[in-house]
Design a binder for this molecule. Structure first.
Ligand SMILES: NC(=O)c1ccc[n+]([C@@H]2O[C@H](COP(=O)([O-])OP(=O)(O)OC[C@H]3O[C@@H](n4cnc5c(N)ncnc54)[C@H](O)[C@@H]3O)[C@@H](O)[C@H]2O)c1
Length: 313
C-alpha cells in the first residue's frame, strides 16, 4: 500500500514510519520539521520504499495514496504553546487538507487525536462517550480545541462525503526518540535524573497519569487503521495502569541510580488532575491492549537517553 504519514519525523511518526517500511509499504513521510527531527528517520532514507518530504500540512498536498496517518501537530505544551495560532491552524487546516486528499483519493485516514479532548475530566477513567471538560480560552485550548475541531471535521467528512475515517484518542505515550527538551514528564524526569539535576514536579505530585510505551501504541494505531469493520471510532489508545507523578519520579530515580532530588513547583493553568483511559472498546474491537509495563518501557527509554547524553558529551 501507499501510505502517507504526516508528522512522520516526530516521535510517534518515526516509529510508525519504521514499522510501515518494515511491513513493505511505500511510505511518504511528510513533515515541516517544527518539532520533528530528520535524524529520527535517517535510518529509513536508504530504503527504496521510504521518502521524506518537507511540507507544512496547513497547505494542501496532493499525492495518490491508500492510507493517511495524520499525526502532524506539536504535542508537548512547550511547543504547542510557543505559537498557539499555528497549533490551531495545524490541527484544523491540516485536517481539512488531509481529509480533502482522502476524499479525492479514496484513502482511509486516521487522525491522531488525544486524551486532551477530555480536558480536565469529571469522569474517571475516561470512556469515548464522555464529551470532556475543556477551557476554550485557556493556554492549552489551541491544542485541545484544535484537536476537538479536527475530530468534528473527520466525522463531518465521514457523514457528508463517506470518507473512511479512524479517530484514535491517544493517551500519554513515551519511548525512545522523544525530544529531550520538550517538557513532557517522562523525558523531563529521565533527562534530569541522568544529569543529576533536581527532578521538577509541578503541583504536589499526587496527580495521576497513565503511560503507554510507544511500541504498544503503534500496534494499536496500525490495528485500528487496518480493522476490516468500517468503524470510525473514536477509540481510546493508552495504558490504563495509573501512576502518580511522584511514583514516576521515584521509579526513574531508582532505575537511573540517580542522586537527583525531587522539587515541587506551582502547577500550570488547566493541568488535569487525573488521566486514565478506559480501553474496553479497543480491547473489544481491536483485540488490543498494552503489553509493556512501565518499568520495562522506562528501561528502554533511559537507555536511549543515556546514549544521547553521552553523544552530547
Ligand atoms: N506522544 C503522545 O503522548 C501523544 C498523545 C496524544 C496525542 N498525540 C498526537 O500524536 C501526534 C504525534 O505526536 P508526537 O508525540 O510524535 O509529537 P512530535 O511533536 O514529536 O511530532 C509531531 C510532528 O508533527 C510535525 N509538525 C508539526 N506541525 C506541522 C505542520 N504544520 N506540518 C507538517 N508537520 C508538522 C512536527 O515537526 C513533528 O515531526 C500529534 O498529533 C499528537 O497530538 C501524541
Amino acid at each position: 500500500m501507499h501510505v502517507l504519514v504526516t508528522g512522520g519525523s516526530g516521535f510517534l511518526g518515526s516509529h510508525l514510519s519504521k514499522r510501515l517500511v518494515e511491513d513493505t509499504h511505500d511510505v511518504i513521510c511528510l513533515d515541516n520539521f517544527y518539532t520533528g527531527d530528520r535524524k529520527n528517520v535517517e535510518h529509513l532514507l536508504s530504503f527504496p520504499n521510504f521518502e521524506s518530504v518537507r511540507h507544512d500540512v496547513t497547505f494542501p498536498y496532493y499525492v495518490e495514496v491508500d492510507r493517511i496517518y495524520n499525526l502532524a501537530c506539536p504535542a508537548s505544551p512547550v511547543h504547542y504553546q510557543a505559537n498557539p495560532v499555528q497549533t490551531t491552524k495545524t490541527s484544523v487546516h491540516g485536517a481539512i487538507n488531509m481529509l480533502g486528499l482522502a476524499k479525492r483519493t479514496g484513502a482511509r485516514i486516521l487522525q491522531a487525536s488525544t486524551s486532551e479532548v477530555y480536558g480536565d475530566p469529571e469522569v474517571h477513567p475516561q470512556t469515548e462517550d464522555y464529551w470532556g471538560r475543556v477551557n476554550p480560552i485557556g493556554i492549552r485550548a489551541c491544542y485541545d480545541e484544535g484537536k476537538r475541531c479536527a475530530e468534528t471535521l473527520f466525522f463531518d467528512y465521514h457523514r457528508q462525503n463517506n470518507v473512511e475515517i479512524r479517530v484514535a484518542r491517544i493517551f500519554n505515550t513515551y519511548g525512545p526518540k522523544m525530544q529531550p527538551n520538550d517538557g513532557r514528564v517522562v523525558s523531563n524526569f529521565i533527562v534530569q535524573a541522568l544529569k543529576g539535576q533536581d527532578i521538577t514536579i509541578y503541583g504536589d505530585g499526587n496527580q495521576t497519569r497513565s503511560f503507554c510505551f510507544v511500541d504498544d501504541l503503534i500496534d494499536g494505531l496500525i490495528g485500528f487503521m487496518e480493522l476490516e469493520e468500517n468503524f470510525p471510532g473514536p477509540i481510546n489508545l493508552g495504558n490504563p495502569t495509573e501512576f502518580t507523578i511522584l511514583e514516576l519520579a521515584e521509579t526513574v530515580i531508582r532505575l537511573t541510580k540517580s542522586k537527583s532530588k525531587v522539587v515541587f513547583k506551582v502547577l500550570p493553568q488547566d493541568d488535569p488532575m487525573q488521566r486514565k483511559p478506559n480501553i474496553e472498546l479497543a480491547q473489544r474491537k481491536l483485540g488490543w491492549e498494552p503489553k509493556i509495563q512501565l518499568e520495562q518501557g522506562l528501561i528502554k527509554t533511559i537507555k536511549y537517553f543515556s546514549k544521547l547524553d553521552r553523544l552530547s558529551g
